[in-house]
Design a protein around this ligand. Structure first.
Ligand SMILES: Cc1cc2nc3c(=O)[nH]c(=O)nc-3n(C[C@H](O)[C@H](O)[C@H](O)COP(=O)(O)OP(=O)(O)OC[C@H]3O[C@@H](n4cnc5c(N)ncnc54)[C@H](O)[C@@H]3O)c2cc1C
Length: 352
């Protein structure tokens, strides 16, 4: 049997793609080997734009509101509030459960399969599949494929769309602690060679994510954030440390014939600015529009339109803060130029 669309990967962006497609009357199957609810290393801050996109899809995940971003060094702070209402800290497991439920209600079939092969013809795509850790299954066929298989996308590599990044990669680690949130914002703490950010995800749980080029254990990274360590000293860790990376991933193009890349699979800059899911939702919507119009190549332009501002801001911030002297000066600078900080935060918050 052939469907209109096969989605490779049932993370948030793959599931949102399926929802957008079902809403357009397409028949959709999602191929995702991991049983839900899927957890993942993530800062778990949903920007206002991403939240609005989810609400538009009828998905309302439970979490904890945050009103903007606060940058902190050991001595200074700078705050920028979102102009368009709050974002929300949401556990990945909650987001996955809500999206999965919506997908099921929309009549989308989720198959517990790993995609292992891809063949394209003039009017369709055939995917080879197997059970997770198990035997090969019959191929799945569709008119189009949207690949949402994450940072280390199998599809991106298979299609020769992977583009080398060069330089030392950055990695992310995160853990949750039973601790009432103490800030109305997502706090980003700037250390010597890492950033820690704290996202409230409920009235008594915060998530702490650390990003760095250095590869060391989570607790060792935390040592450079004295005030945070003090707060966490008596707090109970309630999730294992999970990691991801290298974060930077690039693609030559976002389409190859009838296959379109969305979310982290289409390329990723860094977790520092926290707009990954929101951006992925915008890409999902654009990819489905191109499929519905039967013009997959249109997606290249709409992907760029959805992505370039956030990419530029994140790359600029990463590049500028490589020298330690700039890292040390960043928070005072953001405090001294609040309108610039606020404009950047609101640009990122609007994504999706
Ligand atoms: C430390 C860290 C902090 C972050 N903080 C934030 C934040 O605060 N806010 C934010 O918006 N974003 C944040 N992000 C980014 C965010 O996590 C990603 O942008 C988001 O998960 C992308 O979703 P996705 O659906 O594209 O990919 P994923 O969530 O990675 O999902 C991909 C899915 O594809 C499946 N898959 C893989 N290979 C195959 C295959 N061959 N066949 C079938 N299925 C396959 C996997 O099982 C997986 O479920 C952060 C990321 C990191 C690492």
């Amino acid at each position: 049997m052939s469907v209109d669309l096969l989605v490779v990967g049932g993370g948030p962006v793959g599931l949102a793609t399926a929802l957008y497609a079902a809403r357009q009357g397409l028949t959709v199957h999602v191929l995702e080997p991991r049983p839900g609810p899927v957890d993942k290393a993530c800062g778990e801050g949903l920007m206002p734009g991403g939240l609005a996109a989810l609400a538009d899809l009828g998905v309302h995940p439970v979490g904890h509101a945050f009103h903007g971003i606060r940058y902190l060094s050991s001595t200074r702070s700078a705050v920028a509030d979102f102009a368009d209402g709050p974002g929300r800290g949401v556990r990945r497991t909650e987001l996955h459960s809500r999206l999965s439920r919506a997908v099921t209600e929309a009549g989308v079939v989720v198959l517990p399969l790993v995609v292992t092969g891809l063949r394209q013809g003039d009017d369709g795509v055939e995917l080879a599949t197997r059970l997770p850790g198990g035997a090969g299954q019959r191929p799945e066929r569709a008119r189009y494929v949207v690949a949402a298989d994450g940072l280390h996308s199998w599809t991106r590599r298979e299609l020769g769309l992977d583009r080398p990044t060069g330089g030392a990669g950055r990695y992310g680690l995160r853990q949750h602690f039973r601790l009432p949130p103490w800030s109305r914002h997502v706090d980003v703490l700037w250390g010597e060679d890492a950033e820690a950010y704290v996202t409230p995800v409920s009235s008594d749980v915060v998530g702490v994510a650390v990003l760095s080029r250095q590869r060391r254990p989570f607790t060792e990274h935390l040592e450079q954030f004295g005030a945070l360590v003090e707060r966490l000293t008596d707090a109970q860790p309630i999730s294992p440390v999970q990691g991801a990376g290298p974060l930077r991933q690039r693609s030559h193009r976002r389409t190859a014939g009838r296959v379109l890349l969305v979310g982290d699979a289409s390329g990723y800059v860094d977790a520092l600015t926290g707009e990954g899911i929101s951006l992925g939702l915008a890409q999902a919507r654009a990819a489905v529009a191109a499929v519905v119009a039967n013009r997959p190549r249109d997606y290249e332009r709409s992907w760029l339109a959805a992505t370039w501002r956030c990419s530029l801001l994140t790359q600029g911030l990463l590049h500028a803060t490589r020298p330690r002297v700039v890292r040390r000066g960043l928070v005072p600078l953001a405090a001294a130029a609040p309108w610039v900080f606020s404009a950047a935060v609101n640009e990122l918050g609007r994504s999706a």
